[in-house]
Design a protein around this ligand. Structure first.
Ligand SMILES: Nc1ncnc2c1ncn2[C@@H]1O[C@H](COP(=O)(O)OP(=O)(O)OP(=O)(O)O)[C@@H](O)[C@H]1O
Ligand SMILES: [Mg+2]
Length: 260
């Protein structure tokens, strides 16, 4: 039975897709059979960042419409035979894909894979819930900005009511130079404010910024920030994950209000 992990965070652009791609990549490098699924249907981009956008024949909407079977749509990554992507669709008719359709697909994938990583869209609308209800574990991605942390806080609270039994945090785009000058919150302080277990941090990387501007394919990068994803993947694989957040409604927002 696969571990079904949703990568979410509320705020747009915090690095959910980037984290999903690298975690999948490194979990597969550890010998696990991994499938990644982008449920940002219509605005998906996981296929581009893992460099398989030219290999797509069928996508999720084709499966749901009965044009192909799940196995026909799966794409084996050219760099690792244990890593698969189930392509999402650029089709804007997202109403065609319902949670039950996706659940059936996840059930089928569960018997073949060790991990199903679900890349969640930004926001807390219907598409967020559609993604979260597919998973039993969640990883919240935030950056050290107050707005992203606040959105992560709300997301964590909403997730608690969705049957998720493990909830963890990754803080992306951390800058140690700014932390040293007290111009950025420390990752550990952010994690305690959010009352979440910190799986790891990823530093701000010029290589990542440049690559997303040039080709988009993240797996072409050689950069030390990438090793941080590898360490987080090891922690996940070893099962170093927390139980759900202790019930503490909107902890970050409350604390900030108390401090004012
Ligand atoms: N650690 C980092 N250093 C520099 N750039 C980064 C880092 N992490 C992500 N990025 C860049 O930030 C941008 C947004 O990342 P990404 O698409 O993964 O975010 P997202 O949360 O999935 O966005 P969306 O909400 O639109 O789905 C991308 O251009 C990506 O390359
Ligand atoms: Mg994304």
């Amino acid at each position: 039975m696969a571990r079904q992990i949703v990568i979410t965070g509320g705020k747009g652009g915090v690095g959910k897709t980037t984290c999903c791609a690298y975690l999948g990549y490194f979990l597969a490098r550890l010998g696990a059979r991994v499938v990644m699924l982008d449920v940002d249907i219509g605005l998906n981009n996981l296929d581009v960042v893992v460099g398989i956008d030219n290999l797509i024949n069928y996508d999720i909407v084709d499966i749901v419409c009965g044009k192909c079977r799940v196995r026909q749509a799966l794409i084996q990554h050219p760099k690792n035979p244990l890593l698969y992507i189930l392509p999402s669709s650029h089709c804007l008719n997202v109403g065609k894909v319902h949670t039950d359709d996706l659940k059936k697909i996840i059930m089928e994938l569960s018997s073949t894979f060790d991990y199903i990583l679900i890349d969640c869209p930004a926001g807390i609308g219907a598409e967020f819930y559609r993604a979260v209800y597919l998973a039993s574990e969640a990883i919240i991605i935030t950056t050290p900005s107050i707005t992203a942390i606040r959105d992560a806080d709300k997301t964590a609270e909403l997730i608690c009511g969705c049957g998720i039994n493990s909830l963890n945090l990754i803080i992306n785009r951390v800058r140690t130079d700014l932390i040293a000058k007290h111009l950025m919150l420390k990752p550990q302080d952010i994690a305690s404010s959010l009352n979440l277990t910190l799986l790891g941090t990823i530093t701000e990387s010029d290589a990542l910024t440049a690559q997303s501007a040039i080709s988009g394919n993240l797996f072409e990068i050689q950069d030390k920030s990438i090793l941080q994803f590898e360490n987080i993947a090891k922690n996940i694989h070893l099962g170093i994950v927390s139980n759900t957040r202790k019930q503490q409604l909107f902890s970050f927002i409350k604390r900030r209000k108390q401090n004012v």
